[in-house]
Design a binder for this molecule. Structure first.
Ligand SMILES: *Cc1c(COP(=O)(O)O)cnc(C)c1O
Length: 407
């Protein structure tokens, strides 16, 4: 049940029942047609083919490659392993430059193989890596740059690739947010040496757990194909170091079913995004991030920036207001990968060079969207934010009072 809040005293922060009985999560999974999923699983069971380059994985790879407009798609068990394998296949070593404002897995995929992640600041206008700050971070040990297309908005591939060409560095993209998006009118997937996708349950197209590397590079694709399957060339022959990065048929069945509904998911995400923008248009201090009208985004994240002086409430206070209503709005990528372990201990002064990252990470809220959320939910969420911002002093005082009452 959803309760629409009309007055200050209706807010859960002040003791009223929450707006939502059930928790509203960011990234509640999109589910395609269950019947199609069941059919695929039944076929899989009849075939008794559960993993190792099965027909569902092959079909999934074909369709992802086609959607990205690339020659090769290598499906993997998740996006993090896909990153690790791509990093290894590119022979990255020493130091690799990446944005700090990303999911921590981008950095972990390097550190896991004892490659040092070197954190670069962001451009606050795009939340993506600021290419003008990359060159200062290059040392004789630098071997590559990983760009992240955050929120599905392509990072500055031209600038990154021109620096990389000049300094002889490999370029890989973490495109976990950008499946189905365009950048400079081209589909994401074909930029750099390779791009990495995630099909985790919270991503808008999902296979439960899953990921992929997409590339136009034949030799690189072949190398990754070996690496994800222990280096096996055929039955008894191993001629490469490898790991187990394979996607299983059950995941591929889910992924294919998700792909069938991909267009519907984007349409719902777009409708939700536009509805949030409309509802928050007149709210001072709250700005939804914008998408380039010349591009095709997937709208899988609804991201707002809170300008505390204008709004009267901090980002964290707004989140507390919403949590009380069972809205699990989230501070994504806060406080930045450089503030998480082990990087925080390895590079205790990293924040000195990451001022924009620190500033933006403190302002961002990601709001619930996806097919589990409808216009009436968005109306209720936005009404709560508007109500809270009508009298920020009272909300702030109430939050302080609650904190003081905590044991
Ligand atoms: C989700 C995500 C990953 C990791 O993908 P998994 O499939 O969860 O391992 C990596 N980078 C970014 C930016 C992500 O959002």
């Amino acid at each position: 049940m959803t309760r629409v809040k009309l007055a200050f005293d209706d807010l859960a922060l002040f003791g009223a029942p929450p707006a939502f009985d059930d928790l509203l999560h960011v990234g509640r999974p999109n589910v395609g047609d269950p019947q199609r999923l069941h059919e695929r699983i039944n076929t899989m069971l009849a075939n008794r083919w559960l993993s190792n380059d099965g027909p569902l994985v092959r079909e999934f790879e074909r369709r992802v490659a086609e959607a990205c407009g690339v020659k090769h798609c290598l499906a993997m068990c998740n996006g993090t392993i896909a990153l690790e394998i791509a990093i290894r296949a590119l022979d990255l070593s020493g130091e690799v430059i990446l944005p700090s404002y990303t999911f921590v897995a981008t950095a972990h995929a390097l550190q896991w193989q004892e490659i040092t992640p070197v954190f670069c600041d962001m451009d606050p206008a795009t939340h993506n890596i600021d290419p003008s700050k990359i060159e200062a971070l290059i040392t004789p040990s630098t071997t590559g740059i990983i760009g992240v297309h955050l929120w599905g908005r392509g990072c500055d591939t031209d600038a990154i690739e021109s620096i990389a060409a000049k300094r002889n560095l490999a370029v890989l993209y973490d495109a976990a947010h950008a499946f189905g998006c365009t950048h400079q009118g081209r589909r994401v997937g074909g930029f750099g040496r390779a791009e990495v996708l995630s099909f985790h349950a919270t991503k808008f197209v999902n296979s439960g757990e899953g990921g992929a590397v997409v590339t136009n590079d034949d030799a690189l694709a072949e190398k990754m194909r070996l690496m994800r399957n222990f280096g096996f060339v055929h039955f008894d022959k191993v001629n490469h170091i490898g790991t187990n990065g394979k996607m299983c048929e059950l995941s591929a069945a889910m992924g294919l079913t998700s792909l069938d509904s991909c267009g519907d998911f984007v349409a719902v995400n777009r409708r939700n995004y536009l509805h949030y923008c409309e509802q928050l248009r007149q709210v001072r201090g709250i700005t939804p991030i914008a998408y380039d009208s010349a591009e095709t985004p997937n709208y899988q994240y609804v991201v707002i920036e809170v300008d505390e002086p204008a709004a009267g409430l901090s980002r964290d206070e707004l989140i507390e207001l919403m949590f009380a209503e069972n809205i699990r709005a989230r501070r994504y990528f806060w406080p930045g990968a450089h503030r998480m372990e082990p990087y925080r201990s390895y590079f205790p002064n990293a924040h000195l060079m990451l001022s924009e990252t620190e500033r933006v990470a403190a302002k961002v809220i990601v709001l619930p969207t996806g097919t589990a959320i409808g216009p009436s939910d968005i109306d209720a969420i936005c009404a709560i934010m508007r109500l809270g911002l009508l009298d920020p002093a009272r909300v702030r005082a109430r939050i302080k009072e609650r904190a003081a009452a905590m044991p």
